[in-house]
Design a protein around this ligand. Structure first.
Ligand code: MF3
Ligand code: CO
Ligand code: CO
Length: 264
């Protein structure tokens, strides 16, 4: 299947789904406190999406090939968890770093975004990793315009992250998104400039780098979903859904509470 070019009508629906996904993160942010469980955060987000937004939480029962159905409505990945952490009954504790990844479906279209949160006071090293990963995502996004290549995005993320002594997870990537949760193209967070797919206006995909403080190696836990660093080093991730426009990009998952992009 080739990479789809969204119609103006589809783009309008993606704007709505994207903003709603961002607004779930705005809503849940004040609840991220020591003592709350990730299951409680999941329930709050689920109810907000369904009852307040009229959305369907895309992760719930999502079952791509080779996976058991995902049992919850959001992903919560703590500390050395890289991605797809399954909410459970463990309480957050002071100093934890948490990624919450929200995917909404509104009117048949998906919005996919994640942010890092600090529980109480995080360490200087943890904050540096989270802020650097945010900047890595934005450095990738800023490469997006018609005529640029996917490798330009990957290269800008990889060179920035590795330049700080971090490593880039290779097994998971950004993805085309629209009527489907995951579609072509695959958006690698590493690569070489001027290589890979050439971008065209109307493409929509996510940029969602996973950056480890230690080595890049990962493993999957027995729940069939949660991914952790092999060396148990901290890992961070940020995600936006982005449209390629005639002269650059439009981030579809920004909302009132999105942290501002880092200065250029
Ligand atoms: N939201 C994730 C992504 O960015 C995918 C989660 S799949 C799930 O692609 F089933 F774990 F929710
Ligand atoms: Co995604
Ligand atoms: Co996501």
């Amino acid at each position: 299947m080739p990479v789809s070019i969204k119609t103006p009508q589809e783009i309008e629906k993606m704007r709505i789904a994207g903003r709603l996904a961002g607004e779930v993160l705005d809503y849940i942010a004040p609840f991220v406190q020591a003592g709350i469980t990730t299951e409680e955060l999941d329930k709050l987000c689920h109810d907000y999406m369904v009852d307040m937004q009229g959305c369907v939480p895309a992760p719930l029962n999502y079952a791509p090939r080779g996976h058991v159905p995902y049992p919850k409505s959001i992903c919560t990945s703590i500390n050395h968890q890289v991605c797809h952490g399954v909410p459970g009954d463990k309480k957050l504790k002071n100093g934890d770093i948490l990624n919450m990844d929200i995917t909404t479906i509104k009117d048949g279209f998906h919005g996919d975004t994640s942010r890092m949160f600090y529980v109480g006071e995080a360490s200087i090293q943890a904050k540096r990793l989270c802020e650097s990963t945010h900047e890595a995502m934005w450095r990738g996004i800023r490469m997006i315009r018609p005529g640029a290549h996917l490798g330009d995005i990957g290269h800008s993320i990889q060179s920035f992250a590795e330049g700080l002594g971090y490593s880039v997870v290779r097994e998971f990537c950004g993805h085309g998104i629209g009527h489907n949760f995951h579609e072509e193209p695959q958006v690698l967070h590493y690569g070489k400039p001027h290589t890979g797919l050439k971008l065209e206006a109307g493409m929509i995909f996510t940029v969602e780098p996973m950056i480890n403080a230690g080595k890049r190696d990962i493993k999957q836990l027995g729940d069939g979903w949660t991914v952790v660093t092999k060396d148990h080093s901290l890992s961070a991730q940020w995600e936006h859904t982005v449209l390629v426009t005639a002269d650059g990009f439009e981030v579809l998952t920004v909302s009132a509470g999105s942290p501002p992009p880092p200065p250029v």
